[in-house]
Design a protein. Sequence first.
Length: 65
Amino acid sequence: MNKLESISDVQLLEELHKILNLADSSETIILNNEQKEKIEFAQKQYLNGRYLSAYQAEKDIEECL
């Protein structure tokens, strides 16, 4: 909740709102081919261990700032 309260990007908040509303509904999401490809790529990256934990991502961001 603290992170949500600190977000000032209106567009990001609107997208998060849409996502949260979709999670509460039984609405089917239809993806285009590009979206499907990106999801498949991300899944492969994850399975190959090519991802950051939330902790590591926050640490990396703090180092950049």
